[in-house]
Design a protein around this ligand. Structure first.
Ligand code: CP3
Length: 359
């Protein structure tokens, strides 16, 4: 199929940007391409800008530098989307919780221990802290190449709650699960706060120029079915419903990492337009159960991008041939890792963009 010129697209009201076209269900000769964590430590220019800013959080709240690191991978690799440089945990700080990022340790928060402490969190006060993020979105949008789409994002309430309750990353989330099973009313109160704050946060990102939003539910895969429905599906459904009430055509990508067969029905239950598949999702099953009905995004294992060579080439080919022609956004199945060689990212871009010539 011949991509429409801007004029025919205008007349037919079809989007021209590759990512927006795929999200609208239109066919394409190659999938649009971007990578989760595409701005980050594997890039020397990122490390330099981060060093100049001071620390990671200083970088997140510095609109000029946050815009700069967002655009670095766009300049280097020509990805089809730029994802705002920020973090899913900024909202915890904006709500009034202490947050810091320690070198080689990751995020550290002052954990919430009782439902009574939730009254200290103020969803109405978040914009004061997050104003520099909205300013970064505006700067990125202004400097974006014409075919590149601006993605805003937030953490999904369950994943953000795990960090708020544990006070740090964890493997099995003992505190958050104790709330989920033992104090569901308390956890629901936290969910209400996070739903309200997340809608307000994403609304402002869209006002500032985000064209698509992604919700990261990194720890969706640790809950049994009933709790998955209550604390992963339901809050995400409410956030998407509130956003769509304000912006009916806004595309929303949801990434319920580790959800397994619960991916089936997830898009219908939440109203998400596209499903971010993690790297464990089998391609045949995903094709039959998800891709046939929805846009899917993913799901190359980020370690393949570290290994490179024929393993990388085969992984890319398998994805390209499984999800051919439409409904696929090429991405990783989780974030890029810091030890990724730049030449392997260049090779990935060649393989995906080169697939156009073969289409
Ligand atoms: O994708 C992008 O390029 C946009 C920016 C972005 C970051 N974090 C920057 C970041 C996005 C979308 C995120 C999302 C995020 N943050 C998630 C969900 C996605 C996922 O990876 O599962 C989660 C769970 C977090 C929380 C978080 N942030 C952790 C656990 C850590 C420490 C681990 C690590 O990789 O260092 C971070 C830090 C972080 N967020 C970095 C970056 C570039 C590294 C900070 C540094 O420069 O040292």
């Amino acid at each position: 199929p011949v991509p429409p010129t801007p004029l025919t697209a205008q007349l037919t009201k079809q989007p021209t940007k590759p990512l927006l076209r795929t999200l609208a269900g239109l066919p394409s000769t190659r999938p649009p391409l971007w990578l989760m964590r595409q701005a980050g430590r594997y890039l020397p220019e990122y490390r330099q800008t981060r060093f100049e800013a001071g620390g990671f959080l200083d970088l997140c709240y510095d609109p000029e530098r946050a815009a700069e690191v967002t655009l670095q991978p766009i300049r280097r690799f020509g990805f089809d989307a730029a994802i705002l440089f920020a973090d899913i945990l900024l909202i915890c700080q904006a709500l009034g919780q202490h947050l810091e990022f320690r070198e080689n340790e990751g995020p550290v928060l002052d954990p919430i221990r009782t439902a009574g402490e939730l009254t200290r969190l103020n969803p109405n006060g978040i914009h004061k802290t997050l104003e520099p993020v909205y300013e970064a979105v505006g700067r990125i949008k202004a400097d974006l190449p014409p075919n590149c789409t601006m993605i805003g994002f937030a953490g999904a309430p369950w994943t953000v709650a795990t960090y708020m309750l544990e006070g740090k990353g964890s493997k099995d989330y003992p505190a958050a699960k104790t709330w989920a099973f033992g104090n569901p009313i308390g956890l629901n109160t936290l969910m209400e706060i996070l739903i309200e704050a997340t809608v307000a946060y994403l609304d402002r990102q869209v006002q500032a120029g985000a064209e698509v939003v992604q919700l990261f539910d990194t720890w969706a895969g640790v809950l049994p079915e009933a709790e998955f429905r209550k604390f992963c599906i339901e809050p995400v459904r409410r956030i998407i419903a509130a956003l769509k009430a304000r912006y009916p055509t806004l595309p929303v990508i949801a990434f319920p990492r580790g959800a397994g067969i619960m991916y089936d029905g997830y898009a219908a239950a939440t109203g998400a337009d596209a499903l971010g598949l993690d790297y464990t999702m089998p391609l045949g099953w995903s094709k039959d159960h998800l891709w046939s009905k929805h846009v899917v995004q993913g799901n190359l294992d980020p370690r393949l991008l570290v290994v490179g060579g024929s393993a990388l080439a085969e992984g890319v080919q398998r994805l390209l041939s499984t999800f051919k022609g439409r409904n696929h956004i090429f991405n990783l199945g989780h974030g890029i890792v810091p030890e990724t060689p730049i030449r392997h990212v260049e090779e990935l871009v060649r393989l995906v963009k080169g697939s156009e010539a073969l289409a």
